[in-house]
Design a protein around this ligand. Sequence first.
Ligand code: FES
Ligand code: FES
Length: 173
Amino acid sequence: MRLVFVVNDAAVEIEAVAEDMTLVDLLRDLLGLTGTKRGCESRTCGACSVLVDGRLTRACRTTAQDVESRHVTTIEGLRGPDGDLSDLQNAMLDHGAVQCGYCTPAMVVAAEALLRRNPSPTRAEIRSAINGILCRCTGYQQIVDAIEATSRGRRAARSSGETASTAHSGSSQ
Ligand code: FES
Ligand code: FES
């Protein structure tokens, strides 16, 4: 099939791609976006999480056909407005919330999805939002702290009328 979709705000056109090629393979192998990880490849671990039209989606069980004409946002598209780290990514560094390279990108994607649909989540809601990103190496405490701090920072920036250093919102929302 000929696939036309949007990845991190850029239109992408691929002339010949198998309809059932997985999105994670498409992103990593055809587009070089290796921030999205292959983990279990069975919809269990969450390492392959991306946003499709703003919704948290497992790329290992999403096909090329599924993303036709859709907007996909990967961890590479969640940079700050200046191209540097986003406020969320900086908060994770500040709170010592950075885990391994498999789960951390997915944690950021899941947290960003949450904060965009719910700017003031409770700690329980934060835990629930990242629950699907499996990591047995952490108690998630610092990750929850970082997401909570980001939420506070964005709300404070909004109420003070300043331009928040939020992640690049893009056209996928
Ligand atoms: S690689 Fe997709 S859920 Fe594990
Ligand atoms: S899976 Fe990444 S630190 Fe546990």
